[in-house]
Write a protein that binds this ligand. Sequence first.
Ligand SMILES: Cc1cc2nc3c(=O)[nH]c(=O)nc-3n(C[C@H](O)[C@H](O)[C@H](O)COP(=O)(O)OP(=O)(O)OC[C@H]3O[C@@H](n4cnc5c(N)ncnc54)[C@H](O)[C@@H]3O)c2cc1C
Length: 564
Amino acid sequence: MNGTAVPDSRGLNLFRADPALAGLAALYLPSDLYRQLEPHLDRLGALAGGRLDTLAGQADRNPPVLHVRSRSGEDGDWIEKHPAYRSMEELAFGAFGLAALSHRGGVLGWPTPMPPAAKYLLTYLFVQAEFGLMCPVSMTDSLTRTLRKFGAPALVARYLPALTSQDLDALSQGAMFMTEQGAGSDVGATAVRALPAEDGTWRLHGDKWFCSNADAGLAMVLARPDDAPPGLQGLNLFLLPRVLPDGRRNAYRIVRLKDKLGTRSMASGEISLQGATAYLVGEQGAGFRQMADMINNSRLSNGVRAAGLMRRAVTEALFVAHRRVAFGRRLVELPLMRRQLLKILVRAEQARSMMLQTADVLRRSDAGEPGAYALLRILTPLIKFRACRDARVVAGDAMEVRGGCGYIEEWPDPRILRDSHLGSIWEGTSNIVALDVRRAARRENALAALRAHVSALLREAPPLANAAAAMERACALMDASQADGGEVLARQAASALYHVTSAASMAWEAGRLQDPGRLALAHMVLVHRVLPRDPLDGQGDADFAADRLLYDPGKVSEAAADRM
Ligand SMILES: Cc1cc2nc3c(=O)[nH]c(=O)nc-3n(C[C@H](O)[C@H](O)[C@H](O)COP(=O)(O)OP(=O)(O)OC[C@H]3O[C@@H](n4cnc5c(N)ncnc54)[C@H](O)[C@@H]3O)c2cc1C
């Protein structure tokens, strides 16, 4: 046996294997930036399907180890990371500057900070190989953003160069220590104490229960002064350095690392704060409001990562389906398999369109465009909520396409499946994030902003039957969720808004890109995820026949290589 019966996608360029990606990137990026980035996307696509994927597998099988004492008996915790993880850090923070490119020019040859769409497109490719490391990358980027927004100028000046360095020896990575044993979703129950010191800094005491990137150089921490009121309004935001300006280690210990289902390459720990020195960020009592900026940025990044995971799962499934033979036919020719493939493709494409739309609205919001913040405020939890949930389903169904091999750890599917389950838990569970969509709709007038946005997309798109009416019904459902006793509708309403918004976005893109296949996908979103259907009508899924959508990633990749 020479193994040809078992198709292996190793070495596929994941940028080239994705026929829609280049066109979408060119649509959402300014043309000169796209021209600059295209070779980098191509290089990252090759890495993600090759060396980076191999490194990710190694790092996954060799998780970090916490050491708490030196061999000569000196106390002092440090985390030993596998060389494969270090190599991935070199690529993410170093070569591709993913945590720096939003904050300064000079990354990937571009003279100014890049817009969010550029960062998310690169992240989207990177995460197709490695999910765990993308958490530290995102937290470093998000911490930098929040520090620049709210931190005192001297604090920003002290730490910004290290946070945005591409030299790993000079780099300070970021983290977020918020969750406590008694305060997860209910952040207002935070009990870590903050005591003012004479020199104007603060001392933190207590335990943080989930601390990803536990040995980061800098962390944002929520804590409560003794005289502060209970609840969210009593919380301050602090910047916690791992090493003090005089070179001493700060007074906190990593007590334990978590043994996790996924993201095994990356260290998540428990931290005991023992009078650790910290700097107040922004105003007293505004800690949660300011931290929300970092959380929202991380939530958006989570949605992007879910989109990337789904894309990898789809690429693998399509690749296998075009090569694996059963009953004398390739899997992709079998009606039920075609249906299965299209169902996962639809979810992956929805998330990708939502990612690009939200990235563009973030750019507009940061530029101060009127109304953009309200729109961003609802799009962010929408993608975090629904894309992360969809990633679980897509990862599981794509695994099944590979058959028994999909369940075996030497293939990428198990890692994708394990990683895909985290998105819906951290940075807010599904319930919490759906409630946040509802809160945004109520408080920030974001529902009106979303309704106007979807109308504008549909006006500029080729006709998409039933979309406008579906949006009205989705908005009505969200309104109903605001009534007394309506909370229970929050998830259904958020899902409906996500589906219609993604369908409208895909239709808009289809018009811009002259791509009827994308319009067909938009139509499928409405038919299969929003509109009422009779499952017993015997019609089946007639439109689950769209040939051109079930392309062969291997052939696309070869054709793209010929063009380059
Ligand atoms: C691998 C990993 C890494 C993490 N890294 C970090 C990190 O770096 N920094 C950090 O601060 N935290 C981190 N977390 C913590 C994570 O954000 C929390 O676990 C999460 O927010 C949930 O909090 P909890 O675990 O206390 O669960 P709980 O808040 O106790 O929730 C339990 C269940 O109750 C539900 N629930 C709670 N409130 C409501 C409500 N009002 N209505 C309906 N249902 C509700 C939730 O949806 C959930 O299903 C990490 C977690 C994991 C698993």
